[in-house]
Design a protein around this ligand. Structure first.
Ligand code: 13P
Length: 251
């Protein structure tokens, strides 16, 4: 189980440190649940300082696929490792929608993240139009298969998948527990087909999209919902900690 906070473009150097410290205090020593926070690049270092010596892990929200070079404004996997990142979110729908991220670029980034011992949190999810057209499972399957093409993992700890229906992100609308489980089961089948039973059944599949303390338990109790990728509610330490506690109850 993993509960990760995606802070998106929120926080500054000072408030990131304060929020991280508040999360540390509110979450305490999580049992059987891994907890992570993903602040903006410029606040990674400050956040790492506040998390140092605690069980809470650090993640980034994005990275470039190259080692280094003339890519103004971009950040590499080795830079993320050097500031203490364990995870990197790849293919978030906001990166796809606003910054041209594609399944093919996500695929190259997964390989690059792995070569620097970062654990990718690979995001997939359909739009409302795609869901209403009955194409949600097909869309998500293509995203996942293309993103994971030729990717190899030696342990289930090296990969996380997040199902984030675009229509549920930041909208207050959540997939019902049944809708989430149905899609997580599709994702699970693909992971098992690619990586075999032992690894495929153990990879964490997170749900993301307006998860909050009020709906977390009903989503997390579903078999293939192995945690959450939390946006808005991760900016409030106590709400985030309540979601972590809901995950602990299932674990
Ligand atoms: P919200 O929880 O704000 O809907 O955001 C979800 C998300 O995009 C996490 O990556």
């Amino acid at each position: 189980m993993l509960v990760a906070g995606n802070w998106k473009m929120n926080s500054d150097h000072t408030s990131a440190r304060q929020l991280a410290s508040a999360v540390v205090a509110a979450v305490g020593e999580p049992r059987q649940v891994t907890v992570a926070v993903c602040p903006p690049f410029v606040n990674l270092d400050a956040t790492f300082g506040a998390l140092h010596g605690t069980p809470i892990r650090l993640g980034a929200q994005h990275m470039h696929e190259a080692d280094a070079g003339a890519f103004t404004g971009e950040v590499s996997a080795s830079m993320l490792r050097a500031v203490g990142c364990h995870y990197v979110i790849l293919g978030h729908s906001e990166r796809r929608q606003f910054f041209g991220e594609t399944d093919a670029s996500v695929n190259r980034k997964i390989v690059q993240a792995h070569s620097h011992s970062l654990v990718p949190i690979v995001c997939v999810g359909e739009t409302l139009d795609e869901r209403e057209a009955g194409r949600a499972a097909d869309v998500v399957s293509v995203q996942l298969n293309t993103s994971l093409k030729d990717v190899e993992v030696t342990s289930s700890e090296r990969l996380v998948v997040a199902y984030e229906p675009v229509w549920a992100i930041g909208t207050g609308k959540t997939a019902s527990p049944e809708e989430a489980q149905n899609m997580h089961a599709v994702i699970r089948r693909l992971l098992v087909a690619q990586f075999g039973d032992e690894i495929g059944f153990s990879i964490d599949i997170l749900y993301g999209g307006s998860m909050n303390p009020g709906n977390a338990s009903s989503l997390l109790e579903k078999q293939d919902v192995n945690g959450g990728l939390i946006g808005g509610a991760s900016l409030k330490a106590e709400e985030f900690a309540q979601i972590v506690r809901a995950a602990q109850e299932k674990a």
